[in-house]
Design a protein around this ligand. Structure first.
Ligand code: NAD
Length: 326
């Protein structure tokens, strides 16, 4: 199988190059992202391998179909960037549903602890031998209320971590898990009662902008919000308005509504064109990182293994257990 591997970074090659050889695949590593301008590069391959900021709309899927592409291999859990409806019956879309839920949940907690205790600021101050701690007062997590939106694999890992801090946990999920030892409430109650809110639901039509002016107005003053799921869950302009009104104790964003073309790239020499992102970086209580919650050794290894297993299943006509259906 010849695989066109888009948005390649050095850390992808470390895992995919040797493992791909073991599977007997011919992987063509392409640094460019997959989009309307680069779709033609898939010509001559059997499969394309995409990451979170690549996208495939209906027209592009039709082009891939015409080229004889037999699989769209997502090296991610999320699949909101591919038109699944359009692909259905044409090209199987396979994802990596679970690689290391702990990697993302641990990262969400790292963001909470950082933004709450200002360790990102303190690091710079002490490097300048400024040992003043003014402005760095945080709040205990112990016995506070944690709200978890989405109790799938990552949400459950997050609940385990919150429990370790002896927090009281409220959860919201339209499909509650009866085996989970957690109190499910309506989303309004979660918004009203939580001191820390962590988002772990996928981006869908129902969850798009689930954090907006209205839901923010339900939240406690001084609430902490962390998003390690997908940027589109938050209405960025409503978030900025609330930040300006000093609504939040802190906000951690590992994902951003308009991250495509920005995240994972070095844009340090460019003039920042995204005014919302520029604004967000000015708040002392906002921590933004570049969609790296997944980025651990264990997760990378599991992503490579599972992605190549998906390709192997397509090549050998095996059951496609990770196929994404509409
Ligand atoms: P999962 O499929 O195991 O769980 C998602 C949960 O969300 C399910 O329980 C589902 O019922 C629930 N859900 C669906 N609609 C909802 C709604 N309207 N409101 C609340 N909950 C809803 O997925 P997961 O593995 O836990 O991953 C969650 C998300 O995390 C992914 O969709 C992806 O977007 C994101 N993610 C981010 C990173 C990163 O690096 N930051 C890495 C992996 C995954």
């Amino acid at each position: 199988m010849r695989i066109a591997f888009f948005s390649t970074k050095p850390y992808d090659r470390i895992w995919f190059e040797p493992m791909g050889k073991d599977y007997g695949f011919d992987i063509h590593f392409i640094e460019l992202p997959f989009n309307e301008d680069t779709v033609y590069l898939a010509q001559g391959h059997d499969a394309v391998c995409l990451f979170v900021n690549d996208y495939a709309n209906a027209a592009m899927i039709e082009q891939l179909h015409q080229m004889g592409i037999r699989a769209i291999l997502l090296r991610s859990a999320g699949f909101n960037h591919v038109d699944i409806q359009a692909a259905d019956g044409k090209i199987p879309v396979l994802r990596v549903p679970s690689y290391s839920p702990e990697a993302v949940a641990e990262y969400a907690m790292a963001m909470i602890l950082t933004v709450n205790r200002y360790t990102h600021k303190a690091y710079n101050r002490t490097r300048d031998f400024n040992m003043n701690i003014n402005g760095f007062m945080g709040t205990d997590l112990h016995h506070k209320v944690a709200g978890v939106i989405g109790t799938g694999k990552i949400g459950q890992a997050m609940i385990r971590i919150f429990k370790g801090f002896q927090m009281q946990i409220l959860a919201y999920d339209p499909y509650p898990n009866p085996n989970l030892d957690v109190k499910y409430v309506e989303i309004e109650e979660l918004m009203q009662k939580s001191d820390f809110i962590s988002l772990h639901c996928p981006l869908t039509e129902q969850t798009k902008n689930i954090i907006n002016k209205e839901t923010i107005s339900m939240m406690k003053d001084g609430v902490f919000l962390v998003n390690t799921s997908r940027g589109g869950l938050i209405n960025t302009e409503d978030l900025i308005e609330a930040l300006l009104a000093k609504k939040f104790g802190g906000v951690g964003l590992d994902v951003y509504e308009e991250e495509e073309g920005l995240f994972y790239e070095d844009r340090s020499g460019d003039i920042m064109q995204d005014e919302n992102l520029a604004r967000l970086t000015t708040f002392p209580n906002v921590l933004i990182t570049s969609h790296m919650g997944f980025f651990t050794v264990e997760a990378m290894q599991a992503i490579a293994t599972e992605t190549l297993e998906n390709a192997y299943a397509v090549e050998h006509g095996l059951e496609l257990k990770n196929i994404v259906k509409p």
